[in-house]
Write a protein that binds this ligand. Structure first.
Ligand SMILES: [Ca+2]
Ligand SMILES: [Ca+2]
Ligand SMILES: [Ca+2]
Length: 341
């Protein structure tokens, strides 16, 4: 477990998404120390109003880190150990659908925002490496040479960074996998595994979409509507995180469908589900994709949940979407997981 320095704590305090207000903060007002029916007292060691996850009666109110008052269930949700059916037999790369087990984990309720990611760049600058990991991997794509509909929202000005006004609470996009991985580690967490992401979206009910079975609409998520052979985006841009409370998952996670697609930890192989372990799968050892247009193939990682320009099927709970491992895109961001502690 890494020990966060003062800069991390300051950044964590400054980075709670303000777009979160509409979706409530269940659990945040809980008082610790209540005696429950079993006679076991809930413990709230860090005094943030949320009981520690091993003692919490209600998983939705559980504190994933009872030693850190900046980690609370209004922004990080606890998922108890359990089993769920992953995948779908409808698609080759999601077959076979089968039951797997996961240890307890925690997952952010919101996509990581531009403002939060700038705090990470500032912390890297203090370490002398503003836009790269210690291994030299780029974090954010400032110089985007691909034509697209959305400009970069984080602007580099010498040794400082600013977010385009009005985009502070939008999900960070144009972020490399290494940037997502590095940010989550800096926050004391990690990227979710693909299986953790899917279990959270399924909500313990085998949901087709994070909110349930209803077809996507522009009131449920930020995606692109299917039409006659083409798609029409609801907004053609990101929206502030947490803008679609009607599309929340069973456990209250926002924007799992649409807005920014989300990097997960795993490498991508289309046949992985046939060979993956039944407990806590972490993905294959390496990722690779072959395509007609690119028969030599390329190294690939995974995103989940679709984004503001993808059609409805990509925003389902089970569809897997691969990207070149060093890719960046105006529609790809991430959220972080945490092993409860
Ligand atoms: Ca607590
Ligand atoms: Ca806490
Ligand atoms: Ca998303």
């Amino acid at each position: 477990m890494r020990s966060p320095g003062p800069m991390l704590l300051l950044a964590a305090l400054a980075c709670e998404p303000t777009g979160a207000g509409s979706s409530g903060a269940e659990g945040g007002e809980e008082t610790g120390g209540d005696t429950v029916d079993s006679g076991v007292a809930e413990v709230d060691a860090d005094g943030d109003g949320a009981p520690s996850w091993p003692t919490a009666v209600d998983p939705a109110a559980a504190d994933c880190d009872d030693g850190d008052p900046t980690v609370r269930p209004d922004t990080v949700r606890f998922f108890p150990a359990g089993r769920f059916v992953r995948g779908s037999d409808d698609r080759m790369n999601t077959s076979p659908a089968r039951e797997i087990g996961l240890s307890a984990y925690c997952l952010d309720r919101f996509e990581v925002t531009n403002a939060s990611f700038v705090a990470y760049l500032e912390a890297r600058a203090a370490a002398g490496k503003p836009n790269q990991t210690d291994e030299g991997d780029l974090l954010y794509a400032f110089a985007d040479d691909t034509p697209d509909s959305v400009d970069e929202r984080i602007v580099e000005e010498g040794s400082a960074w600013s977010v385009e006004v009005g985009y502070e609470d939008h999900p960070v996009v144009e972020v490399y996998w290494a940037g997502a991985d590095g940010y989550c580690a800096w926050k004391g967490g990690r990227l979710p595994t693909e299986a953790e992401w899917e279990a959270a979206a399924r909500g313990g009910e085998q949901r087709t979409y994070p909110w349930g079975e209803a077809d996507p609409t522009c009131a449920l998520e930020n995606y692109a509507m299917a039409g006659d052979g083409h798609v029409t985006p609801c907004l053609d841009d990101t929206a502030p995180v947490g803008s679609y409370p009607a599309g929340a998952s069973a456990q209250g996670l926002l924007d799992l469908g649409g807005n920014a697609a989300e990097w997960v930890f795993d490498w991508y192989r289309d046949d992985y589900y046939a060979e993956s372990p039944d407990q806590d799968p972490q993905g294959p050892e390496s990722g690779w994709v072959f395509e007609e247009a690119n028969p030599e193939g390329y190294e690939a990682r995974l995103t989940r949940g679709g984004n503001f320009v993808t059609g409805p099927e990509f925003t389902s709970t089970f569809v897997r979407w691969f990207e070149p491992s060093k890719a960046h895109s105006n529609g790809v961001g991430f959220r972080c997981a945490l092993t409860p502690r």
